[in-house]
Design a protein around this ligand. Sequence first.
Ligand SMILES: Cc1ncc(COP(=O)(O)O)c(C=O)c1O
Length: 488
Amino acid sequence: MPNAEHALKIEIDRHHALPIYLQICERFKTAIAAGHLKPGDRVPALRGLATQLNTARGTVEMAYDILVDEGYLQMRGAAGTFVSSSLPESVMRGGARKGRERAAVSRPKGASAVEVGHDARPLRPGLPALDAFPRKLWSRLVAHRARAVELASLTYPDPAGYGPLRERIATYLGLSRGVECAPERVFVTNGYRSSLELVLRSLAKPDDSAWFEEPGYFLARNFLVEAGLKLVPVPVDQDGLDVDAGQALDPHARFAIVTPAHQSPLGVTLSLARRMKLLDWAERAGSWIVEDDYDSEFRYAGRPLPALKSLDANDRVIYCGTFSKVLVPGLRLSYVVAPERAIARFEQLTKSMNAGPPHLLQSAVADFIAQGHFARHLKRMRALYAQRREFFAQALIKAFGARASIEPPSGGMHLVMLFNAGVNGPVDDLAIAARAQELGLAVSGLSSWHIGARTKRSLRGMVLGFANVADAAEAARLARMLRRAYDG
Ligand SMILES: Cc1ncc(COP(=O)(O)O)c(C=O)c1O
């Protein structure tokens, strides 16, 4: 039996913007297209390749899952994993020449290359309305703080966060999210992933596993896999995370990472019954729930729902918030509410990491809140996003007709357009997303928000950020571009 384990040399670049698992996918596709790996060749075992690349086994597993799903590899149980005997048509058609040409391209087909770095192309999910950010007011507040040149701003910032900002956040959480907490429990961080890092370093043990929503927020997923956490994909339905499924799959998981208010990406809300069940599981299993409350302020029917944390009688929920949606992501400001029993550990860790975002930005945001601008900004953005959501949904409905199901979401800053299956079966959303990216749109296929081949990918669609769609004309133009990408 041909064995490629020794023939295949894979190198990865840890500084590349592309996550490692996508780099691995790309290397395999290139090797297959160039004929270095042939149908029927056995590829290295997960553990072997992970050791060779000095990366987590889960990273390689994710890459293999994608390659299996796209038809490049086949898993044959205990016999191992092999290059498919029936390779995808595009590889067969293009042959080795095309493969060599493609070798220079760093973005594999269907890669979720959006939301990485400073990509601000149209429709990027999660990007707030940059045109509506009160820039003049903001620069006045920052300038005021900069002119004051407080001594505190010249030395190292408090690694747990700027005191007055922690107080403002605690008050805001009590009033708006139903989360009662003392400022000492609020730790200011540099974005959601640094919140996750703090949580993991404080509470995770080697070999811990975590429930992760399927589909789920892929940037957090990549980070957690890189950090060595074993992720257990738990399906999401109309009521949010399927807690029963989670308990059946991994009853002793140490964490459940969830987006209860507005599931990322599907947009559903975790029902009250599921919330209670999840809390009950966490208490019985001694596990932690990480609540990612990233865009809950934006609801278009009624008031925002209270956070899951507000129901947490046993202090098992670690609440994570961010200023990336309610203000702008360039601030890199977010926060975690530590469980009472873990405050000392969080404090110790922030000290040893010497964490803490710059004082200047933290103090300007504290002023922004204290002077009432924050509440006004949120109110304005809610009205603006409701309007933009409507423009965009209507434009998509017009452009796609029966080809897709589009429902204006009840909250958030993105919508999911689900493709209806065509006469030839399910639509290839990754290929459509890749074409849309070539047209200059920062969209991603819904399939890339799933962990991989082992879970059913019944949903094919596109995740589209509408917060920056300025008016109806712009909405129509973008919807037509998407339709062009769909038509191929
Ligand atoms: C699901 C989800 N959680 C959290 C965040 C916030 O991330 P950060 O604070 O790093 O900007 C985002 C941003 O896009 C998101 O989509």
